[in-house]
Design a protein around this ligand. Structure first.
Ligand code: RB5
Length: 154
């Protein structure tokens, strides 16, 4: 399984540790974030990871900034992306099972490395359940695809 990982300057160390952790488990992890502590604007790597996921170049994405908020907001602007920022493994697991998230995000200033590892484990091991959830995913996609038309109508 191939993953892309991105981060800003706040999350360099956590990104490195998560990348190594996943590589030891056999995942291929493509790093598109910064490896420097110089200021780095999170939308840059949020967009890069989102683009790779949306284009099918990778099977999923991991994003880390200070809180996980800015970087996940950036990724969610890309059509087809369902990025979830979370601080607990339960939300990570359910976000895959019910919401079919294709990117998981978290904050290096919010959680510790062991919780981050648990989050990625739960998220990667969970499977989308489909069924009734698909109706809602389709509704999200419809908002994405038609909002510009609806705004023009109003
Ligand atoms: C950077 O200072 C910080 O704003 C960023 O890492 C992130 O927390 C934004 O959501």
């Amino acid at each position: 399984m191939k993953l892309a990982i991105g981060n800003d300057h706040v999350a360099v160390e956590m990104k490195k540790e998560i990348k190594e952790y996943l590589e030891e488990k056999g995942y291929e992890v493509i790093n598109v974030g910064t490896d420097s502590n110089e200021r780095f604007n999170y939308p840059v790597s949020g967009y890069k990871v989102a683009r790779m996921v949306a284009d099918g170049e990778v099977d999923g994405g991991i994003l880390i900034c200070g809180t996980g908020v800015g970087i996940s907001l950036s990724a969610n602007k890309v059509h087809g992306i369902r990025a979830c920022v979370c601080s607990d493994p339960y939300t990570a697991k359910l976000s895959k099972q019910h919401n079919n998230t294709n990117i998981i995000a978290f904050g290096a200033r919010v959680i510790g490395i062991e919780t981050a590892k648990m989050i990625v484990d739960e998220w990667l091991n969970a499977r989308y359940e489909g069924g009734r959830h698909q109706i809602r995913i389709d509704q999200i996609r419809e908002i994405e695809e038609t909002q510009h038309l609806k705004a023009a109508e109003e």
